[in-house]
Structure formats: structure tokens, C-alpha cells
Design a protein around this ligand. Structure first.
Ligand code: ADP
Ligand code: ZN
Length: 705
């Protein structure tokens, strides 16, 4: 049977369409080409070797560096009814034997293995047997950047893999990674001995991610908390230090959020347990240092919040990229303050090697550019990877709410001159107090109420002055001591401003940062989606797997929207293949049917008598004529027509009530409610009949649904 790749995709994985790049890569993989695939996280790399593995004869050997990753991938495959297994140190001798048996008997299409085991002489012997008996289809090297010293997770064992290349010359290799620098790419090709490798580089753009910067200040925790409360999805909060991880996790728990900490200072067992509880949706939030991430394959993370500043942009890209791997809309929000920059600066200054110091500073500057920039965030982020993005993405805060730039030169002069008059011995708060003519004791103590700048800034609020002060610091137009007192110091640029040699432009943020992200309106679809999620969680717990292994969020959403009521309809949903249908179809279908049964009854059909009235209406008779024909009182006909309208039958209201009059009646309904015809009539006067009002009210009710 000749089967198209699309058919195979649906059969094995249940998906309808390839993601960008996948089809091309798969075609080349089937032709046994050596490939280097560079795709951002969530791009769908796994499918690029998994589908060819199913279409080619023989065993595909997948080299993967982390036990957790292997387990996850194999769980997903097995749950799609695909023969897959892994061999690593977590399984005992007997299990190992039984799995090897399965492999030799051709029951397995994909074998996941760690590099160090792959290269033992024992395993090579086993590979030889496989090669003779069933054939090796492909070596797939996942996280291939581990082969390079220039990458961020160098694994010396990866270097040995070239031996396989030499031993099995005809077997093609496909290397995959999400790390992009040129240097690493070159290394992968050389170290793995790829021949005439086709390099496939996908765009690093993650179109489903939304990027935003929020100011970090003393209200940020509250903003964070509200955000999490309003956003029911799983999320990661990244913090800089172990201490702040513990602190934020503790506060969130106290505020009723299911959150757990994760950092390198914790016991291994606790870390694993916290990670698993996050993967399985037992907790909503993982508060973590950078120690958390690599090997986290959870596809349905709805947001990644950086509560502290990351030290470089690549890191930010990778960490924020853990959101929305499933392609669903997800948010990446960075809380930024100039103070954080100075904290990191301080750490950098502790570095001994001046070269290292310089690089670190440069990298930090790129982060600051990103956070303070007024241009499209996506453009800035992608330019870091050498990718040009044509600006205005429409999915970042700067594109959605371009901030107006204002000339604040005069205010800056006032501020800086106040700093000068206070003899460069005070911080922001005090300077603002003086400018605004505060009656605080401290101001009088120092005699600052006698300064010429006392009270000259009453026209601006404290918040506005703070915005200016921060902008001056960020643009390096004033300095600040790093000894913990944060005393403002004038620098060269400050004096240029004071001498009117330099202008000051700042972005004024008119938006409040407590922006509501919730839509109070919860639709029927969302309620059903929640129910399907609970069912998924229940099944997942029973099977000891993560919920996303059963069905992706996007698949559940499609179910909630189109409410399939039988296996045939269910099988058409993207993400449901034959195997999943057999495993879970019934339970999800009955949940959906249950839900539909408890919803409002379906609109009833007209009675026989009503149908006749409708036919007369459609022939052009007016209600009086219909009444005469049928020997009814006109009111009965009006009642029929009103009920027909509510049943969404084709009654032409405009022929029954003049447009002008409809409008007035509608207004009255909106003001007085639809309960009492009498109240409505009292409102608009006796020239309107109950019959007319009844018709319009029926139309209004129907529109409310
Ligand atoms: P990567 O390894 O590149 O980070 P994965 O291979 O883990 O990404 O894929 C990310 C998610 O996208 C997974 O949940 C996967 O099932 C899903 N996915 C992959 N390809 C498709 C597709 N063609 N259609 C729908 N979902 C897909
Ligand atoms: Zn943008």
C-alpha cells in the first residue's frame, strides 16, 4: 500500500499536518541522508526521526543524554501504540534481557539509549546481532550539541560516537539540537562524522509565544500572584538565587497556589519528586533556578515568568522557550528593574579573569537592551541568533502597546540639579521628597526645605519621578553607588544635561501593570475543556504517566469545541489516532455526552400547528389573515410566531414590527428586563401592543443565547 506521509502522520501520531520543516526533513531521512536538524524547542524535532523510523525497515537507535527524557519519549510513543523502549541504568538485569529479546524479535522500532552504554563492547556485540538480523535503520543523536565543547552541556561520551560511524558505514545519522551557534554546528558535523550532511535550520521564531517586560518593584510579588491566579495553566517562575526560589515558593504556597521549589541545593530525591509532580499536573507552579529545565519536556507549560534578570539572552531564550512547546499560545514575562542589573554587575565584578568579565558584561548589556528596548522584543531576541525579523510581530508588549517617547529634559534638569544641591549624598526617594516639597522630618533635618529645588516638582507624581529616575539610571545619565546605599552620583552625562548640552527622552508607560488577563466570561467550551482535563488527569494517574502523554491540550480543546459524540467523530480530531481511540475514546466520548446532556436542552422543534402558521407566514399572509384562515384569535397566531422566533425558525420580524418600533421596544427590554411585558409596555406607552412586544422579546431572547 502506498501511503502518503500525511496519512502516516495521522495513523501513527494522530496529527493532521506537519509543522514547518518536518516534511522535508522526513523525506530526506527516508532517503538515508545524513542530516543536521536545528530547530527551536517545541519545533517538533522528535517526529523528524520517529516517523522515518516507522516507515523504514530495521531498528532506529536514538542516542539521548538524559534518563528522564528517554522515559518521557518512550511513554509517548508507547501510548501511541508504537514499539519503543529504552535501555539505561534505571532498569534491572532481567528487564534488560527481556527488552533485548523484544528488539531482536523485531518488536521494537525505536530504541533509546545513553551514549556511555551504546559504546560498551557488550552493546556493540548486540548491535552487530541487530545489524545482521533486522538491520539498523538510523542513528538519531538527540541534543547533539552535547558533542561540542563550545555548547553548554558538553558530554565527552558523545565524542566516541564516531566509532559507530566507522563500524556501520551504511547507516545514516541524523543529529538534532536546539542550540544554534555556528561553532557548535561545525563541531557536530565533524565530531559525528556526518557525510555530505544536509543542514536544516529552522527559524528560531516561536510564533505562539508572547513576550512582555513588566516593571519590577515592591508590588511585583502581588502582580505575580494575580497573574498566576488568573492563569490556570502550568507555569515556571525563574529566580536568580536558591534563597529567592525558596522564598517565592513559600509565599505562593501561603497564598494558596500549588507551587514547589526546585534548585541545586535540594536533595536529589526531592528534586525528582518535585519535577514529577509538576509534570503530572499535581502542582501548577515550579519556582526554580536555572538548575531546572534541561530535559523538561513538558509540552503544556502556559507561561514562564522570570522574576529575576537572566544573565544572558541565549539563556533567556532557552528558559522562556520552555513555554508552549505544544504550539498553544503561551506567555513569557520578564520582571525587570535596573537594580537587578546592578546586582548582576556586582557578581561580574567579582570575576577574576578580565576577559570573562568583559564577555559577561557584554552579555548582560544585551539583556538590558532587550528589556529596555522600545522595539519589537521578538526582533531583538532573534537578532541575537543572527536572524532578521521584519519588526512588528504583533505578539509582544512593544508591538501591542507602543510606548510614547516624551521629552523630559526639563524634568531631568530639575532632578539632577536637586541631586547636586543635596551634595550627591542621597538616593532616589529622598530626592523625590525634596522635589515634591515633602514635609518629612528627614527633609527638614538636613535643611533641604531651604534648597531652591524644594517643591519645584509638585506637578509630577512620585511614580512619575521614579520612572524618570530609573530611565536616567538605565540610560547611564546618572550614576549610583553599589555599596547597598544606592546614593545618586552625577556623571559626565548628568553635567551635560544640566548644561543644556543633552536632551533626555524617556518611554512613558501609560498602561497599568495590573492589566487584567482574565475574561470573566467562561464559555461552555471552557467548562467542558476543564472536565476533559480532569478525566485526563485521572487516567494519567492510574497509568502513572504525565497527562500530556494521554492527549495534548490542543487535542482536548478541539474535543471541547467540536464535542464528538461517537468514535468516528472522535477519530477525526487532530491528535487522536486509532490506538488512542481504542484506549481512551469511549471514556472521553461519554464525558462529552454527559456534559452535553446537562447543558440547556436543545431548541425544541415546532409543533404541527405552529408549522402551519409558519407556512402561512412564509406565503406572505399577515397575522390577522392567518388567524382568519385558521379560525384562531390573532393573539394565538402572535404566540405561535413568537415561539417560532425563539426556536430559530425563519420568521421575518421586520414584516411584523416596524424597525423603528423594534428599536424602542428593545431599548425598553434592556432597561427593564424581559420578565414582565406589562413593565415594558408601561415604559414605552399604550401605542405598543402586547403582541408586538412579545415578538421583539422573543427575538431578543434568541439573540441572548
Ligand atoms: P522538540 O524536541 O523540538 O522540542 P518535540 O518533538 O518534543 O519538540 O515536539 C513538541 C510537541 O509538539 C510535542 O508535544 C509533539 O507531540 C508536538 N508535535 C510535533 N509535531 C507535531 C505536528 N506535526 N502536529 C502537532 N503536534 C506536533
Ligand atoms: Zn513584537
Amino acid at each position: 500500500m502506498v501511503q502518503s506521509l500525511e496519512q502516516a502522520l495521522k495513523q501513527f501520531f494522530g496529527y493532521d499536518r506537519f509543522r514547518p520543516g518536518q516534511r522535508q526533513i522526513i523525506e530526506q531521512a527516508i532517503k538515508n541522508k545524513d542530516l543536521l536538524v536545528i530547530m527551536p524547542t517545541g519545533g517538533g524535532k522528535s517526529l523528524c526521526y520517529q516517523l522515518p523510523a516507522l516507515l523504514k525497515p530495521g531498528l532506529t537507535v536514538v542516542v539521548s543524554p538524559l534518563i528522564a527524557l528517554m522515559q518521557d519519549q518512550v511513554d509517548s510513543l508507547v501510548d501511541n501504540g508504537i514499539g519503543a523502549t529504552f535501555l539505561n541504568s534505571s532498569i534491572d538485569w532481567q528487564e534488560m534481557r527481556s527488552r533485548q529479546e523484544q528488539i531482536i524479535n523485531g518488536k521494537i522500532k525505536l530504541l533509546y539509549i545513553a551514549p556511555e552504554r551504546l559504546l560498551t563492547s557488550r552493546f556493540i556485540e548486540f548491535l552487530d546481532r541487530i545489524a545482521r538480523k533486522i538491520g539498523i535503520a538510523t542513528f538519531a543523536v538527540d541534543e547533539a550539541h552535547c558533542v561540542s565543547e563550545w555548547g553548554h552541556d558538553f558530554r565527552p561520551e558523545y565524542r566516541q560516537m564516531i566509532q559507530l560511524r566507522r563500524r556501520y558505514r551504511k547507516v545514516p545519522t541524523i543529529a538534532l539540537t536546539a542550540t544554534a551557534t555556528k561553532r557548535v554546528r561545525q563541531d557536530i558535523i565533524e565530531q559525528l562524522g556526518l557525510k555530505n550532511a544536509i543542514v536544516h535550520i529552522s527559524s528560531f521564531d516561536r510564533p505562539n509565544l508572547y513576550y512582555e517586560i513588566r516593571p519590577k518593584n515592591n508590588r511585583s510579588y502581588q502582580v505575580l500572584l494575580n497573574y498566576i491566579r488568573n492563569n490556570q495553566k502550568a507555569g515556571i517562575v525563574y529566580c536568580l538565587s536558591r534563597r529567592s526560589v525558596d522564598e517565592i515558593a513559600f509565599k505562593l504556597q501561603k497564598d494558596g497556589i500549588k507551587a514547589l521549589p526546585y534548585h541545586a541545593g535540594m536533595e536529589e530525591a526531592d528534586r525528582t519528586s518535585h519535577q514529577n509532580r509538576f509534570l503530572r499536573d499535581d502542582v501548577q507552579i515550579m519556582v526554580a533556578t536555572v538548575a531546572f529545565g534541561m530535559g523538561i519536556n513538558k509540552p503544556d507549560v502556559g507561561f514562564v515568568l522570570h522574576y529575576d534578570l537572566p544573565s544572558n539572552l541565549e539563556r533567556y531564550y532557552q528558559e522562556s522557550g520552555r513555554a508552549g512547546r505544544d504550539g498553544e499560545p503561551a506567555q513569557c514575562i520578564l520582571f525587570y528593574s535596573a537594580g537587578d542589573t546592578r546586582k548582576i554587575d556586582y557578581f561580574i565584578e567579582q570575576k577574576e579573569d578580565p576577559q570573562e568579565q568583559r564577555i559577561a558584561k557584554q552579555q548582560l548589556n544585551r539583556v538590558v537592551d532587550y528589556a529596555e528596548g522600545l522595539e519589537c522584543r521578538r526582533t531583538v531576541l532573534l537578532s541575537y541568533f543572527g536572524e532578521k525579523f521584519a519588526g512588528n510581530c504583533g505578539r509582544c508588549d512593544n508591538c501591542l502597546n507602543p510606548k510614547p517617547i516624551e521629552d523630559w529634559t526639563i524634568e531631568a534638569q530639575k532632578f539632577l540639579s536637586c541631586v547636586a544641591r543635596c551634595k550627591e549624598k542621597f538616593g532616589i526617594v529622598h530626592i523625590i521628597d525634596v522635589l515634591r516639597g515633602s514635609k518629612k522630618k528627614k527633609v527638614f533635618q538636613y535643611g533641604h526645605h531651604l534648597l531652591s529645588t524644594y517643591g519645584i516638582g509638585k506637578d509630577k507624581t512620585i511614580a512619575q519621578w521614579k520612572v524618570l529616575a530609573r530611565a536616567l539610571l538605565n540610560q547611564n545619565l546618572v550614576g549610583e553607588t553599589t555599596d547597598g546605599y544606592r546614593v545618586l552620583k552625577l556623571n559626565k552625562a548628568s553635567w551635560e544635561i544640566l548644561r543644556k548640552q543633552r536632551e533626555v527622552h524617556i518611554a512613558v508607560n501609560k498602561r497599568s501593570d495590573s492589566q487584567s488577563l482574565v475574561d470573566a466570561y467562561v464559555s461552555e467550551t471552557e467548562i467542558l475543556f476543564d472536565r476533559l482535563k480532569s478525566l485526563r488527569k485521572y487516567i494519567a494517574d492510574r497509568n502513572s504517566v504525565a497527562p500530556y502523554i494521554i492527549f495534548a491540550d490542543s487535542t482536548l480543546k478541539l474535543m471541547a469545541r467540536s464535542k464528538p459524540q461517537n468514535p468516528e467523530e472522535m477519530g477525526r480530531i487532530s491528535g487522536v489516532n486509532q490506538y488512542k481511540l481504542e484506549q481512551y475514546g469511549d471514556r472521553f466520548i461519554s464525558e462529552i455526552r454527559d456534559f452535553c446532556a446537562t447543558q440547556k436542552p436543545p431548541v425544541p422543534l415546532p409543533t404541527h400547528s405552529q408549522t402551519i402558521t409558519l407556512q402561512f407566514h412564509q406565503q406572505g399572509l399577515n397575522p390577522q389573515e392567518i388567524a382568519k384562515q385558521r379560525g384562531f384569535f390573532p393573539t394565538t397566531v402572535y404566540t405561535h410566531l413568537s415561539e417560532l422566533i425563539e426556536m430559530k425558525q425563519p420568521v421575518n420580524l421586520d414584516r411584523l414590527v416596524e424597525k423603528e418600533r423594534q428599536k424602542i421596544i428593545l431599548d425598553a427590554i434592556k432597561k427593564n428586563g424581559s420578565e414582565s411585558l406589562k413593565t415594558i409596555r408601561e415604559h414605552i406607552g399604550k401605542s405598543y401592543s402586547y403582541d408586538e412586544i412579545k415578538l421583539v422579546r422573543a427575538w431578543w431572547k434568541r439573540e441572548q443565547e
